[in-house]
Design a protein around this ligand. Structure first.
Ligand code: AMP
Length: 188
């Protein structure tokens, strides 16, 4: 089973992905984590994307699609949780093609809906706990704008494909995890 955890920055995608990996043995593919790892190890790619990430802008489709392609090659058999990918319609189309090449498909797109006030509150907490440079108020605002402009159009994209499930992301971590698990149990 392959799923996308979808939603604005701070919606809890990463937290829920970690719960799903331990619950269902799925593999989390977070392009944000991959890019941060590249930066930490000081690779050429890491250096190239550092400024873009710190400004809260999107890294090119080509780069993130290549990262996902590499992971699909390395882990045949699937069971992926895509977290923070796709973020543009072009990325979504590329993912459809990649999955087809690997003779697999998407099973569900789980949209975590959280209002902007709660997102900003969560961002403040994460900035303190994790010290992410892209969690400052200005950068976070620009990440939210980019989400609304470039990423939110994927909601109708997946709705048309009858893959979209809307979840109330305002509940507790456990409550959201339970709601996700109920959707996925029905598909296992
Ligand atoms: P995240 O941890 O998913 O919030 O990602 C952190 C940052 O990495 C984003 O603000 C972007 O700069 C970059 N990034 C992560 N995933 C993508 C993606 N799918 N497309 C473009 N940029 C991305």
């Amino acid at each position: 089973m392959n799923i996308i955890l979808f939603g604005p920055p701070g919606a809890g995608k990463g937290t829920q992905a970690k719960i799903l990996t331990s619950q269902f043995g799925m593999r989390q593919l977070s392009t944000g984590d991959m890019l941060r790892a590249a930066r930490e190890s000081g690779t050429e790619l890491g250096n190239r994307v550092a400024g873009i990430m710190d400004r809260g802008e999107l890294v090119s489709d080509k780069i993130v699609v290549a990262l996902i392609d590499e992971q699909l090659e390395l882990n045949p058999g699937g069971d992926f949780i895509f977290d923070g990918f796709p973020r543009t319609v072009a990325q979504a189309e590329a993912l459809d093609e990649l999955l087809e090449t690997h003779r697999t498909q998407l099973d569900a797109v789980l949209l975590l809906e959280v209002d902007d006030v709660a997102l900003i509150d969560r961002m403040h907490k994460r900035a303190i706990e994790e010290g992410r440079k892209d969690d400052t108020p200005e950068v976070f605002k620009s990440r939210l704008d980019i989400y609304n402009e470039q990423t939110a159009p994927l909601i109708p994209y997946y709705d048309d494909k009858k893959l979209l499930h809307r979840l109330d992301g305002m509940g507790s971590i456990e409550g959201v995890a339970k709601a996700i698990s109920e959707i996925l149990q029905g598909r296992l």
